[in-house]
Design a protein around this ligand. Structure first.
Ligand SMILES: Cc1cc2nc3c(=O)[nH]c(=O)nc-3n(C[C@H](O)[C@H](O)[C@H](O)COP(=O)(O)OP(=O)(O)OC[C@H]3O[C@@H](n4cnc5c(N)ncnc54)[C@H](O)[C@@H]3O)c2cc1C
Ligand code: SF4
Length: 565
């Protein structure tokens, strides 16, 4: 068992080193806890593995990817826009990591299995929740009420944003609270024109702002500002965007209290019924397939919403025959993901003498406006839009297809400005969207795979339709020409915001976790990834996972200090 002390009882064991595991590792070590991080995947070396500056002509398949290998090993992962020839190495091998679903309920489970998890490839959009979100379930009578409100979350958003470094612009909107922002990235001229048109036509109800992103626009905590090279999902040698590798894990390492063990696949948690606590963690070495156990006073599950649910479902005992901490029967249920892919695009007249400068990766954001002031008769909750303004001939940026001298000449003709709106909508909590352990299928390490049961409901479909209507309205307001609707048929999972499988709540009979992400049933067990989410809002969720993780770490350490864990 390389790298860890077999008999040692660590103060804390964290499962997973992605966005939430990295955050937990940093918080716990900084608070003085000897912390072991178990990561199923391989180590990543930024010097060797980051490839954002490698041009297509240095890639074996010139950036088009090894289509045979992708079809064989990553048929699900390749459906994600970021799984290309450069970044496919950061996505799992689907053959080694199978899961199942009914034919009529496809689910695209997009995963990363390495130190850093999906924090390497994530899109970095970061938006705070408001009480519109925290109160939504209580108001609509759906799911269960969140056991916290924005007033509980706000100081922790401040705390996390202060470390992460978020660039963005203050807009003073109640539905999308402003945060502690670094200077915003600039809107281009098409985006500015549409921002002004929205402000003229919608009385402040619909606002176009620059995306709020975990990317630095100036030096921050020893990390350099972004130099606008473009393809962030391939890594970032200057550590200008936030990831576990770029930020939290080095910070945890610097305390001298972190032990990080890659190639450590957690199979299950071992429960001591007499002491009512997790007493051990069963781990399979990913390379040798040897099994071993480790021990910690407190356990943080941060393996991602579906993997953490899988570990808990696979941790059976006579007290918890249906999965650890599952006296409520809610473990694995209420799976959510954002519904995405309807919107519109059009040509924005004017400014043809101006061209974009630099490769700004993030685009724009239009915060939710449905059901904010007035109640919509046909829809619950709402959606926001991402998108961008760009010159038509350069829509695909560096990946614009073409070859040879004619191609080079054609690139001098930039084409008109265009602007796209692409909607992301809230998914309602629903017990009938759930996961179980598949009775037959196992992964490469012999661990039961998940069977995922999820489909979009009526409200999600209604949100999609509305997105196309309102996106076209906004383009019309900006006098856009040739407006085309975008109407994609995306399966759940593909938005990569899966969450809800061990929800928080006040009542142990109807929820798995309390307001501090601590299992109602087992006090030394915390689950701080997307599993904990009680509803989904419509904004990108990871900053909220980080906020909840930091808050949970603070609570856990205080409970330990008081001898209650
Ligand atoms: C292309 C892309 C774009 C995205 N864009 C955004 C965005 O703009 N904004 C946003 O908020 N979110 C975005 N996301 C989602 C975001 O990446 C996730 O919400 C976030 O990474 C979840 O953090 P996590 O810690 O729960 O899981 P992960 O980051 O996935 O980390 C989980 C870790 O646990 C490890 N693990 C899993 N099972 C085990 C086990 N049994 N034993 C040990 N270790 C295990 C994994 O190997 C992995 O390293 C995007 C994701 C992708 C892929
Ligand atoms: S665009 Fe900025 S954040 Fe992205 S990889 Fe390049 S330098 Fe890093």
């Amino acid at each position: 068992m390389a790298g860890i002390a077999q008999r040692k009882i660590y103060d804390a064991v964290v499962v997973g080193s992605g966005i939430t595991g990295g955050y937990a590792a940093m918080e716990l070590t900084k608070k003085g806890l000897e912390t072991l991080v178990l990561e199923a995947g391989r180590p990543i070396s930024p010097e060797r593995d980051y490839v954002e500056h490698v041009p297509p002509w240095q890639m074996r398949f010139r950036g088009l990817g090894d289509r045979g290998a992708l079809a064989r090993d990553q048929p699900i992962q390749r459906t994600c826009y970021a799984c290309d020839e450069w970044s496919s190495k950061f996505f799992v091998n689907d053959r080694e990591n199978p899961y199942t679903f009914d034919k009529d309920k496809p689910f695209a489970w997009i995963r990363g299995r390495q130190v850093g998890g999906r924090s390497i490839m994530w899109g970095r959009h970061t938006y705070r929740w408001s009480d519109l979100d925290f109160e939504a379930n209580a108001k609509d009578g759906l799911g269960v009420d969140w056991p916290l409100r924005y007033a509980d979350a706000a100081p922790w958003y401040d705390y996390v944003e202060d470390f992460v470094g978020i660039s963005g612009r203050e807009e003073g909107l109640p539905q999308l609270p402003d945060g502690k922002f670094l200077p915003p990235m600039e809107l281009n001229c098409a985006e500015l024109a549409v921002r002004e048109a929205l402000s003229r036509s919608f009385g402040g109800e619909r606002v176009l702002t620059i995306g709020r992103v975990a990317m630095l626009t100036r030096e921050h905590r020893g990390r350099a500002p972004c130099h606008y090279c473009g393809p962030c999902e391939r890594g970032c040698a200057t550590r200008s965007y936030f990831s576990s590798l770029n930020a939290t894990l080095p910070e945890a390492q610097s305390t001298g209290r972190l032990t990080l063990r890659p190639h450590s696949v957690v199979e299950s948690l071992l429960y001591d019924a007499e002491a009512n606590r997790v007493e051990g963690i069963r781990v399979i070495d990913a390379q040798t397939h040897d099994t071993f156990e480790v021990h910690g006073r407190v356990v943080f599950l941060c393996a991602s919403a579906l993997e953490s649910a899988r570990i808990l479902l696979n941790s059976k005992s006579s007290r918890f025959p249906d999965g650890l901490a599952n006296s409520s029967g809610e473990l694995g249920r209420n799976l959510m993901d954002h519904v995405m892919g309807w919107g519109a695009e059009g040509k924005i007249p004017g400014s043809e003498d101006r061209v974009p400068w630099g490769r700004r990766n993030p685009g724009i954001y239009v915060p939710r406006f449905r059901n904010v002031k007035a109640k919509h008769p046909g829809l619950l909750r709402g959606y926001g839009f991402q998108g961008s303004g760009f010159r038509e001939r350069w829509e695909h940026g560096l990946d614009t297809p073409g070859f040879g001298a004619d191609f080079k000449h054609s690139l001098r003709n930039w084409g008109p400005w265009r602007l796209s709106f692409y909607g992301f909508g809230e998914c309602l909590p629903n017990r009938d969207n759930y996961v179980t352990l598949d009775p037959e299928v196992r992964d490469r390490w012999g661990i039961p795979s998940l069977r995922i049961h999820m489909k979009w409901g009526e409200n999600e479909r209604a949100l999609l339709k509305d997105m196309a209507v309102t996106a076209a309205e906004m383009l019309e307001a900006a006098h856009a020409r040739d407006i085309e609707l975008t109407q994609e048929d995306n399966p759940p999972g593909l938005t990569i915001h899966e969450m809800g499988t061990a929800r928080m709540g006040r009542d142990p009979k109807t929820s798995v976790l309390n307001s501090f992400n601590q299992a109602h049933d087992v006090p030394n067990l915390f689950v701080t990834d997307g599993s904990a989410m009680t509803s989904s809002s419509c904004v990108n969720p990871s900053i909220t996972y980080m906020m909840l993780t930091a808050r949970a770490c603070d609570h856990a350490v205080r409970e330990m200090d008081m001898g209650r864990i």
